[in-house]
Design a binder for this molecule. Structure first.
Ligand SMILES: [Zn+2]
Length: 312
């Protein structure tokens, strides 16, 4: 969502380092196209994804026919406060397919597309594809990659986007999307299992990233909205809001804390400390893919960690 960089000079330094790391990951992604990289890259569809979450899904569906660059791929970096650079701009200028989250999450993609010279990439917006909108009186939760029905829709949309760029392999993309969607089904089954075991139980979060997952699992988020929204925006939490958040743990009002490792600060650390002190399990989640994990393995680990925390 909206981020004010001027108020977070420390984050800028972190982001600059992360950009360097991100670039090396990007070239790694390129070499995934195969050992005969030159031959492959000449025919592979250039895809740019705002984060490695969407980059990984594109690789699954493109299977060897895509050359994917993920703009944000450093697990220590908060994508909410990412500042794009010229290297990202260059990758975007060559992209045939662009995958962005939308919903205010990665506005840098639209800004660069507007300012760049790539006239006709196929732009895929995960939030728009999901059909998710803000519930009445609330803000849209833009973290739709934690929402498996939304991800299934996105898989089809990516297959269609790749087919436009490479019509000869349209049926391969469709087949791969179908196989990918089949792997989402066990994740939804796990959510239903949590729901049947723990429906109505209360949890706390630090930031809204896991909310589609906790909602589909039948759990109730007790965190004051002012807390999780401030953390998402990179703002300070008022002392009163912090106190009422901490009271969830000291009063044992929640069964687990779902902790976003990618949007941390002194106030989330206090919350984590309070949970640990009260013996309440902490489930770590992230915005982007952890190193060495694909989307399905990552989400399986997330859902399993949530289930075992609640079973404690
Ligand atoms: Zn977030």
């Amino acid at each position: 969502m909206r981020t004010s960089w001027s108020r977070h000079p420390a984050l800028i330094a972190v982001a600059s380092l992360a950009v360097l790391t991100g670039c090396s990951s990007s070239s790694d992604s390129g070499s995934d196209s195969g050992t005969s990289q030159d031959a492959a890259s000449s025919s592979a569809v250039p895809v740019v994804a705002s984060t490695n979450v969407y980059g990984d899904i594109a690789k699954e569906i493109g299977a060897g026919r895509v050359k994917v660059t993920s703009i944000v791929s450093d697990p220590s970096q908060d994508p909410h406060s990412y500042e794009a650079n010229t290297r990202n701009q260059l990758a975007l200028s060559k992209a045939k397919v662009v995958i962005e989250n939308g919903g205010g999450y990665d506005d840098f993609v639209d800004r660069m597309l507007k300012g760049g010279n790539n006239a006709s990439p196929e732009v895929i917006n995960a939030v728009k594809t999901s059909g998710r909108t803000a519930p009445e009186g609330e803000e849209l939760n833009e973290h739709v990659w934690y929402d498996f029905p939304s991800v299934a829709k996105l898989a089809d949309r990516i297959a269609a986007g790749l087919a436009k760029a490479d019509p000869d392999h349209a049926s391969t993309f469709t087949k791969n999307a179908k196989a990918f969607k089949a792997k989402l089904k066990p994740l939804e089954a796990k959510e239903r299992q949590i729901k049947s075991d723990h429906e109505g139980e209360a949890v706390a979060i630090t930031e809204p990233v896991p909310l589609y997952l906790t909602e589909a699992s039948g759990l109730e988020n007790k965190t004051p909205e002012a807390f999780s929204e401030a953390i998402e925006e990179g703002d300070d939490v008022s002392p009163k809001t912090l106190q009422s958040t901490l009271a969830l743990f000291s009063g044992k009002k929640v069964k687990a804390l779902v902790y976003n490792e990618q949007t941390t600060g002194p106030q989330t650390k206090k919350v984590e400390g309070a949970a640990k002190k009260a013996g309440i399990p902490v489930v770590s989640v992230t915005e982007t893919l952890p190193e060495g994990k694909g989307y399905i393995a990552w989400m399986t680990a997330n859902v399993d960690a949530l289930a075992s925390a609640l079973d404690q």
